[in-house]
Design a protein around this ligand. Structure first.
Ligand SMILES: C[S@@+](CC[C@H](N)C(=O)[O-])C[C@H]1O[C@@H](n2cnc3c(N)ncnc32)[C@H](O)[C@@H]1O
Length: 228
């Protein structure tokens, strides 16, 4: 029922990098959503769709990091049973400490270990950015498998055409690949995985303010077709 996760090298380096960065990362992103009205609007839309069409099933924030977006979805007050999953145990530990009332688990989007059709929504907010092109179809097949018919998935990511490797952060040696992608490319792969694309959003990068960006941002909303 679940896809075996062979833990290839990119998973190990991604995990190790976020394990090392977790204490600094939580401060780095603190307050970011408050400065991003479009993102909050997209997350509210996703949450409403999950509340209305998720059949009361749990909603997973996959690649939840420090749990800030998991908590945001919870705090919207729509009654979502939202929980977080992340590859890096130290990020999970920070998320648990920051949001003691919420549930966070260690896991990979390439093999979520959840039953088929068990989610009323799935958020992948800047987490597929660490999955190489050749593995994305596996991740999207996994999203399709765990979503209930009619349930939505929302992705957020940096827009571009190239991958970049970060080897240093906050004075620490890391090895972390960032894959920028065109929204239409993500939409096409989601369609190939059997999902219906509902919305493709591109926004220009912000160059000023407290969280300046190096790239435009992309957001794709899709849903598993309802059973006929
Ligand atoms: C850029 S951070 C974003 C965290 C969070 N979504 C946020 O917006 O604050 C990327 C997160 O994705 C996680 N991640 C990367 N690859 C993953 C995978 N294959 N499965 C689950 N989580 C993954 C990382 O450990 C990291 O916490």
């Amino acid at each position: 029922m679940t896809t075996p996760d062979p833990s290839p090298d990119f998973l190990n380096t991604t995990r190790a990098s976020y394990d090392a960065m977790a204490p600094a990362y939580v401060e780095f992103v603190r307050g970011e959503l408050a400065a991003k009205p479009l993102e909050r609007a997209l997350l509210s839309t996703f949450a409403e769709l999950a509340a209305a069409g998720g059949g009361g099933l749990p909603v997973a924030d996959v690649g939840c990091g420090t749990g800030r977006v998991t908590a945001h979805l919870h705090e919207l007050g729509l009654g979502l049973d939202v929980f977080g999953i992340d590859l890096a145990l130290q990020m999970v530990a920070v998320a648990r400490e920051e949001h003691p009332g919420l549930r966070f688990e260690e896991g990979s989007m390439l093999g979520l270990g959840l039953p088929d059709a068990s989610l009323g929504g799935l958020l992948a907010w800047y987490s597929t950015i660490h999955v190489p092109d050749e593995e994305l179809p596996r991740a999207f097949a996994e999203f399709h498998r765990v979503l209930a018919p009619g349930a939505h998935v929302q992705l957020g990511f940096q827009v571009g055409d190239e991958a970049q490797r970060l080897t240093e952060a906050w004075g620490m040696e890391i090895s972390l690949d960032f894959h920028r992608r065109q929204p239409e490319k993500i939409a096409g792969l989601l369609r190939e995985a059997g999902l219906d694309v509902r919305s493709v959003v591109w926004r220009e990068r912000e160059t000023d303010g407290p969280f300046p960006e190096r790239a435009p941002q992309g957001f794709v909303l899709a849903r598993r077709p309802s059973a006929v």
